[in-house]
Every structure is written in structure tokens, then in C-alpha cells.
Write a protein that binds this ligand. Sequence first.
Ligand SMILES: CC(C)(COP(=O)(O)OP(=O)(O)OC[C@H]1O[C@@H](n2cnc3c(N)ncnc32)[C@H](O)[C@@H]1OP(=O)(O)O)[C@@H](O)C(=O)NCCC(=O)NCCS
Length: 159
Amino acid sequence: MYPVEIRSASTLREFEAMYAQRWTVLRHPLKMECSLQPNQPLDSLEQTAYHLIAVCNQAIVGSARLCHLTPTLGSLSYVAVSIEFQRQGVGTRLVQALLDQARLDGLSQVRVMARADTISFYERFDFRAQGDVIYYLGIAHQFMLCQLSSAASISSSTP
Ligand SMILES: CC(C)(COP(=O)(O)OP(=O)(O)OC[C@H]1O[C@@H](n2cnc3c(N)ncnc32)[C@H](O)[C@@H]1OP(=O)(O)O)[C@@H](O)C(=O)NCCC(=O)NCCS
């Protein structure tokens, strides 16, 4: 098995591959009709976001992004690990690295709109549910907020 490296996306080719990987994990299973191309950005926040990719043997097997919504509030989104790489710690490494980046940027809170079946995944990083369940793309979602000052670092607490 090749190692999985977590790093920023940089080249145009990497960005296109990252959008395609995101589409495959997050959108394709929903059988969505969509006017966007699978390898294109989904919204205008893409330009200013941090994009992390997980790379294994030159293939993108995971991705996630962090945006600044305000000077103190960040947004974590599009956390996507390819199915054959799930449950191997890749998602944890992506989220942890983006929370570390958020701290470096001086953000005090990071928000995520979690799919309901991933709530316990985000709770591991001290994200806490806020408000009611909402429906997006026909899927139950829960807004969750992580206070960075009190956020436990999974990587540093692991022996
Ligand atoms: C959710 C997701 C990002 C997690 O990434 P991952 O690499 O599989 O997760 P990790 O291996 O780092 O951590 C898994 C741990 O988180 C917890 N967890 C809770 N809910 C989970 C879920 N739905 N999927 C994966 N892990 C979950 C478990 O404790 C698990 O540990 P275990 O395998 O020992 O039981 C990934 O499974 C994924 O991309 N799923 C499909 C797309 C998706 O739903 N993205 C989130 C959009 S908000």
C-alpha cells in the first residue's frame, strides 16, 4: 500500500482532479442533475479557500476545504474521502490540518454543515450541533460549530 500524503492543491490539473474526486464522493451518489461540469468549482468561495488533498500513488483520494466567512469564523466544507480509503484516518488528517490552519489564521470558530450520518465524525474534533436539522440536496444536515480555543487536537492526544 502506498502512503497517503496530505497537502495543498496547487496546479490546475490538481484542482480539476480534486473537483472530480469531490464530485464522485459527494454528488454522484445522489444521482443529481446538474449544469456544472464534475471537474469545475461549485461556488464563488473556491477562489479564496484553502484546498487540501490526500494523495496516494499520484491519485487524489481525499479532499476538503476551509473558507473564511468573517475575520473570526471559518467554514469547513466538501470533506470527501474516496470510498476505498474511508475509515483509514484520511478524513481525520484532512480535518485536523484545516483546523490547524484555521488556528494559524486567527479564526476563533469553524462551522460545518454536516450530513446527519457524519455528526459523530465531527464530534471527534469538538464540533457541536447548532440549531435544527435542515435538508439540503434531499439529505438531512446539521450545522455544527467548533470553538477553536477549546478544540482538542486528536493528533496530539493520540499516543
Ligand atoms: C465522513 C468521512 C469524511 C470520514 O472520513 P474517513 O477517512 O472515512 O474517517 P476517519 O477514518 O478519519 O475516521 C473515522 C472515524 O470517525 C467516526 N465516524 C463517525 N461517523 C462516520 C462516518 N459516517 N464515516 C466515517 N467515519 C465516521 C468513527 O469513529 C470512525 O472511526 P472507526 O473507523 O474506528 O469507527 C468519509 O467517510 C467520507 O468522505 N464519507 C462520504 C462523504 C461524506 O459524507 N462527507 C462528509 C460531508 S459533511
